[in-house]
Ligand binder design. Structure first.
Ligand code: ATP
Length: 586
């Protein structure tokens, strides 16, 4: 292979055995029902095993974490670290604490399944110097952390630069395109002066940006550059192909009734991840949903870290179906962190935030499990932000859908997104279509109730609930921390989707009476339920061809139109939709 090559996505039936991985790892993967490598894993694993420096650029959800974790663990299993080491053998740097936790639990679960003695720890900025010292005693073979926290360790003498020079064999920068924009540039520069030349360096990223180039120059020596076709050199294939994208045009005011219709009439598959651009909007949505008996949880940078991790764990474990996440990278009119044009972000996130946790991030890298639908309640401010949001579904070999609610004020960014995704000369997007299952009648049937409830969700109610939630979570976070240290698997202790509103939902709002629903919507909802049942019958994570996929021909989003089933014709819904179509069936 050339030093710079595009990874082809043809289905090569290559196995993990053929990649030369330790049999214990392969058995562990089998137990996790992972049976064949993804394209980036196929190419990256052998190169990393050979000791090459690698830059891997592959779309979001393509399995980059295992692409570096598997060869790393293989090396540590087969070439144990020297007993004289005073610092870790491997260092994995990530931009957020959420990612730190995620990578740590992925790696530890593999190590557990392999029954190998290997210590892998995470260090976060919330730890005191003495906690950092205790965690690093030994030292552990692998440390996962943020660059800022490693810098704290170096500047406080918790890790000696000389020890790093003597011990470090592998340095991995995950979500590399984000590290600089999170304000870690100086921390990384300080670290690189201690990284020995013999150290193997890996750089994983979902996009190619000027930041990745800078890091490449800073850290890598003559690396192999692996690029998956989706990474954005051609506009046509930027988005994961297994995510079906839809939009609904409506006024900003009408977004509440539209999202209510989507959820209450069950026109989208659960689990659902809803993105907003502000914390207040998340609480407004939560309070609104509560009055209709829809339970949801909110996730944002204001919450204590242990609560955030717990919310993610609960959501991933399927304890609730609706999670409203505030995409902080979109607030304050901020430049999107992974600016594809190469311009510098105006202000690093780290210096911009005060009360919010600078190391929080849910849009990038977080592997929300089994999310079937991503809803953009508010549109992101950049097209790249859109790509990362919808990348929270359709991960690895799974399928997913996204529905974006687009108001007039968001037309400009929507046009940008469509342009990024690719449209033909007639401005017809081949990638994003009007949502076919929601009819105007269905929306109107809920309008009176929705508007009535929306009026009761006042600014004061939102502010009070937000403060109350924060107080609860701070109280809980101490309990959580202590409890989960002892019982990491005990997820059900504290529920995050509990009611915040003082007013219990009125019984008549909980259920939508049949007389309010037109037959077309009832039919649409029935089909979505059937599809879900079909997906449930197939074990979503077991065996070939059964990973939560259902045939296109049976996919209601492909074959059903709330407006005119006949017009959908034999081939089902047409993906090519005129730009003038407002995505809302009259
Ligand atoms: N070979 C595989 N077969 C099936 N599933 C896999 C495979 N490799 C990884 N996965 C699963 O795919 C999901 C996405 O993987 P991962 O989080 O590594 O993606 P990513 O490329 O790092 O995405 P992002 O850029 O968003 O961080 C995870 O749930 C992971 O367990």
């Amino acid at each position: 292979m050339n030093k710079e090559g595009r990874v082809e996505e043809e289905e090569e039936e290559q196995t993990f055995e053929e990649l030369g991985l330790d049999p214990r790892l392969i058995r562990a993967l089998t137990k996790k029902t992972i049976d064949k490598p993804t394209p980036i894993q196929r190419v990256a694993i052998p190169l990393i095993l050979e000791g090459k420096d690698v830059v891997a650029r592959a779309k979001t959800g393509s399995g980059k974490t295992f692409a570096y974790l598997l060869p790393l663990l293989h090396k540590l299993f087969t070439q144990p670290s020297s007993a004289n080491n005073l610092a870790p053998t491997a260092l994995i740097l990530v931009p957020t604490r959420e990612l730190c936790q995620q990578v740590c639990s992925e790696a530890n679960s593999l190590i557990e399944l392999c029954r190998v003695q290997l210590r892998l720890v995470q260090l976060t900025s919330s730890m005191s110097v003495s906690e950092l010292r205790t965690t690093l005693a030994g030292p552990p073979e692998v440390v996962i952390s943020t660059p800022a926290c490693i810098q704290t360790c170096l500047s406080n003498g918790v890790i000696q630069g000389k020890a790093v020079q003597d011990s470090l064999s592998i340095l991995i920068l995950d979500e590399a395109d984000l590290l600089l924009s999170y304000g870690y540039g100086d921390d990384l520069k300080a670290l690189t002066s201690h990284v020995p030349r013999r150290c193997q360096c890996l750089l994983m990223s979902a996009t190619s940006s000027s930041d990745v180039e800078k890091l490449k120059k800073l850290i890598l020596h003559n690396p192999y550059i692996l690029t998956l076709p989706e990474v954005g050199e051609t506009k046509d294939d930027i988005i994961p192909k297994n995510v079906q994208q839809f939009y609904i045009s409506c006024s900003a005011r009408d977004k509440l009734v539209h999202i209510l219709a989507l959820l209450k009439l069950e026109l989208v598959q659960k689990k659902v991840l809803i993105f907003t651009n502000s914390i207040d909007m998340s609480f407004r949505l939560k309070l609104f949903f509560e009055q209709f008996g829809i339970k949801s949880a909110v996730l944002n940078a204001e919450l204590p870290q242990s609560s955030r991790l717990h919310i993610l764990e609960e959501f991933n474990a399927g304890l609730f179906d609706y999670l409203i996440a505030t995409d902080e990278s979109q607030s304050e009119g901020k430049e999107q962190v992974d600016d594809q044009n190469g311009s510098e972000p105006k202000k690093s996130k780290k210096h911009r935030k005060h009360k919010l946790d600078a190391e929080f991030g849910v849009v990038r890298g977080i592997d929300f499990k089994n999310v079937h639908t991503v809803i953009n309640y508010e549109m992101p401010q950049t097209a790249a932000g859109y790509v990362h949001r919808i990348g929270r579904t359709g991960r690895a070999y799974n399928t997913g859908a996204s529905v974006s609610l687009v108001s007039d004020e968001e037309t400009e960014i929507f046009e940008e997104i469509k342009f990024l995704l690719g449209e033909n000369e007639d401005k017809v997007s081949q990638f994003i279509a009007p949502f076919p299952l929601l009819s105007k009648n269905a929306v109107e049937s809920l309008r009176y109730r929705a508007e009535d409830v929306a009026r009761s969700v006042t600014k004061i109610a939102v502010r009070e609930s937000r403060a109350q939630d924060l107080r609860n979570e701070i109280l809980n976070s101490q309990k959580l921390k202590a409890h989960f240290q002892d019982n990491p698997k005990d997820l059900d202790l504290l529920k995050h989707d509990k009611m915040l509103s003082k007013k219990a939902p009125a019984p008549h709002l909980r259920d939508v009476p049949d007389y309010l629903l037109d037959p077309t919507t009832q039919e649409a909802s029935k089909i979505v339920k059937l599809a879900r049942a079909a997906m449930g019958n197939i074990n979503p994570s077991r065996g070939k061809g059964s990973k939560g996929r259902f045939k296109r021909s049976r996919d209601p989003l492909k074959t059903f139109s709330a407006e005119a089933p006949k017009r959908a014709g034999k081939g089902g819904m047409k993906r090519k939709v005129k730009d003038t179509d407002n995505g809302h069936k009259q």
